[in-house]
Write a protein that binds this ligand. Structure first.
Ligand code: GLU
Length: 415
């Protein structure tokens, strides 16, 4: 299963940074051990009246910086090891952008494409019924992730309402605007990525770049829209069925219309490529916005981009980051590149807590400040230590966490 590769990558990357910081082995053990693992069975009465039991997970990895935070993934291939890696990454992502959250992640093994709306609703509500006691605005705050939507969040917050007898909007983020959601949350992952990408482009002195995007889900599609709006040339996009390529640039609006009609970008005009070929295209910016382990030591040497924006979680392995660094290709790590999503989730939670909604412009301005600050902090370590941006992000985050371990007295604990 993919999950174990991801965990191996996650720990390899962490250890690389921990070694630079000469972190004690006991602290490495502590920081790579999840605090709490919750495994539930969710029974759902299906439309044909049969009973199906789904497996659900939640891992609350680290809560030293605040309540744990991270999305819930509905996917047929999700497993506990994958959720563990994702929860671990959330911990460091939240630290890099300096929002007061720890890291968590959830998952349910299911194929949402094969479920009716009714079944999907029952499953979403079932997840909350089983997890109710472990989550909450001060404990652990879920959000959307792969194949979970604002509608799923709405069902979940409504289910939580049944237990408390009143609305607790801050128990989950990524909600629809009408139900305590925040302006800008829907586009936040891509928007945050665009802000850091613009900083990287300045460092490289690149103007009007060509861009190839792998993945056309929420993050990839929104990135295509935002980057095209800036006048960048989107030369290739892909989804799970394949990729399309046009060196003169694709008309993003038309590609979206085609995808809405046919369920895939494939078949739109232009040349067809495989997902693997897309990754190796000559372009200025490559945006892996699908799943993990796409750029590894096997294909890193064939990458022809100048900057990689890791919008997915874990798309570039630590070994690949090292190879790319040696080729002078900057891979902006996931825990920085895609942190815009959870940052606006944080804004949503703050707005729920204070009971006041910010405008779209306010959210965007605040997000920009956070993302640029995080980029600058990581870039500084990258320059100072002459290490790849992935390792630099971890060095920056682990140093912050280490200070907290000291303040909390954890370095002295003898249990
Ligand atoms: N699932 C998103 C991520 O991987 C967002 C998490 C959140 O908003 O809590 O960062």
């Amino acid at each position: 299963m993919a999950g174990s590769n991801e965990w191996e990558s996650a720990v390899t990357q962490f250890r690389k940074a921990a070694d630079i910081l000469k972190l004690d082995e006991s602290i490495i053990q502590f920081l790579t051990s999840p605090r709490r693992i919750i495994n539930v069975s969710i029974p759902v009465r299906m439309d044909d009246d049969s009973l199906k039991v789904f497996q659900g997970f939640r891992i609350q990895f680290n809560d030293l910086r605040g309540p744990t935070k991270g999305g819930i993934r509905f996917h047929p291939d999700v497993d506990m090891e994958e959720v563990k890696s994702l929860a671990f990454w959330m911990t460091w992502k939240n630290t890099v952008v300096d929002i007061p959250f720890g890291g968590a992640k959830g998952g349910v093994i299911c194929n949402p494409k094969e479920l009716s709306q009714n079944e999907l609703e029952k499953l979403s509500r079932g997840y909350i019924q089983e997890m109710y006691q472990f989550i909450g605005p001060e404990k652990d705050i879920p959000a959307p992730d792969v194949y979970t939507t604002p509608q799923v969040m709405a069902w979940m917050v409504d289910e939580y309402h049944k237990f408390t007898g009143h609305n607790v909007f801050g128990m989950i983020t990524g909600k629809p605007l009408e139900m305590g959601g925040s302006h800008g949350r829907d586009i936040a992952t891509a928007q945050g990525g665009v802000f850091v990408l613009e900083e990287a482009l300045k460092k490289f002195g690149i103007k009007n770049p060509t861009v190839a995007i792998q993945g056309f889900g929420n993050a990839g599609l929104t990135a295509a829209i935002l980057l095209a709006k800036k006048g960048f040339k989107i030369i290739a996009v892909s989804d799970s069925k394949g990729a399309i390529y046009d060196e003169k640039g694709l008309d993003v609006d038309k590609v979206i219309a085609h995808k809405n009609k046919t369920k895939s970008v494939v078949g739109f005009s232009g040349k067809e490529l495989s997902n693997e070929e897309l990754l190796e295209l000559k372009c200025d910016v490559l945006v892996p916005a699908a799943l993990a382990n796409q750029i590894t030591d096997v294909n890193a040497n064939n990458i022809n981009a100048k900057i990689i924006l890791e919008l997915a979680n874990g798309p570039v392995t630590p070994q690949a980051r090292e190879i790319l660094f040696k080729k002078n290709i900057m891979s902006i790590p996931d825990i920085l590149a895609n942190a815009g999503g959870v940052t606006v989730s944080y804004f949503e939670w703050v707005q729920n807590n204070i009971g006041y909604a910010w405008s779209k412009e306010e959210v965007e301005t605040k997000l920009k400040v956070k993302m640029i600050e995080a980029f600058d902090n990581v870039y500084k370590v990258y320059k100072e230590k002459n290490i790849d941006m992935g390792t630099a992000a971890y060095v920056f985050a682990i140093e912050k966490m280490d200070k907290i371990l000291e303040l909390r007295g954890i370095k002295k604990i003898h249990r």
